[in-house]
Design a protein around this ligand. Structure first.
Ligand SMILES: [Zn+2]
Length: 268
């Protein structure tokens, strides 16, 4: 009895650890499947090697097994597992993002280079000028159906009121092979999968413009009450684009094609 009572906590501990490990594994499997669905036209997941593989033999592991020292290190050396760690809050309303809650901002650069192109020339060769509203066009990649998703967004926005359409009247640019301001990481604009718009005053916010210290960034909660903006964001999300306005390091002009965070491809 004595032995049993002494070992019981250890057994319970082992049991709980086993349960948590199983839960974590299930969670990983769900995320792997979601990522695989979103990029099924480009690569497949290999259970045996726990990696995504391409027809040309390229292999990108799901988990690099490395501990990142801090948030900056995580952003600079993200694995695919890191990339899928934070859940994107699809829909409206949403909770004001907490410190470093930036779902979609942690990215494995090698993955996007392999999917969309490893140089400006390579990405450019797949760009399509999608006719937009107001007689304009926006160039995005044709890879993974990004151009078709943007065309569907255009058709949906075309049925909305002039006030709502006004949010996407002025594109500030899409394809641009460049690094993110203040970093050495490639912007998603480099891959032809991101679009910026000039929003009306008050809704146009970028955390670096606030002059606030990183870690002390104020979120503009008035954005949550902007019903016209909500319509635009939901239309983009339905088609696989996340919105930078839901990040702690917010960038409200920015939309980016990341179907793995919205799971739009389920059932297709
Ligand atoms: Zn942008």
């Amino acid at each position: 009895m004595k032995l049993l009572s002494r070992s019981a906590p250890a057994v319970l501990c082992l049991f709980l650890a086993g349960t948590l490990a199983a839960e974590s594994e299930n969670n990983d499997q769900t995320k792997i499947q979601t990522l695989a669905r979103a990029y099924a036209s480009c690569c497949t997941f290999c259970e045996e090697s726990r990696a995504f593989i391409w027809p040309d033999g390229t292999v990108i592991p799901w988990d690099d097994g490395e501990i990142k020292t801090d948030y900056e290190d995580l952003l600079n050396r993200a694995s695919l597992r890191d990339q899928m760690a934070q859940s994107y809050p699809k829909g409206w309303p949403f909770e004001i993002p907490l410190l470093n809650q930036d779902p979609g901002r942690v990215r494995n650069e090698a993955f996007f280079k392999k999917i969309y192109g490893a140089s400006a020339e390579e990405v450019r060769s797949n760009l399509v000028a999608v006719p937009w509203l107001f007689g304009k066009s926006i160039s995005v990649t044709r890879i993974n159906g990004v151009d078709q998703a943007l065309a569907r967004i255009r058709d949906k926005v075309a049925g909305e009121s002039p006030e709502i359409q006004g949010y996407v009247k002025h594109s500030l640019g899409s394809f641009n092979w460049r690094v993110i301001a203040g970093t050495e990481r490639l912007s998603m604009h480099s891959f032809g999968i991101a679009v910026d718009f000039k929003f009306p005053d008050g809704a146009h916010r970028y955390w670096r413009w606030s002059g606030e210290k990183d870690g002390k960034i104020t979120y503009h909660s008035a954005l949550l009450h902007n019903t016209a903006l909500a319509v635009i964001v939901e239309i983009f999300e339905e088609e696989g684009f996340i919105w930078g306005g839901k990040w702690y390091h917010h960038d409200t002009m920015h939309f980016e094609y990341r179907p793995e965070l919205l799971d739009c491809s389920e059932g297709e």
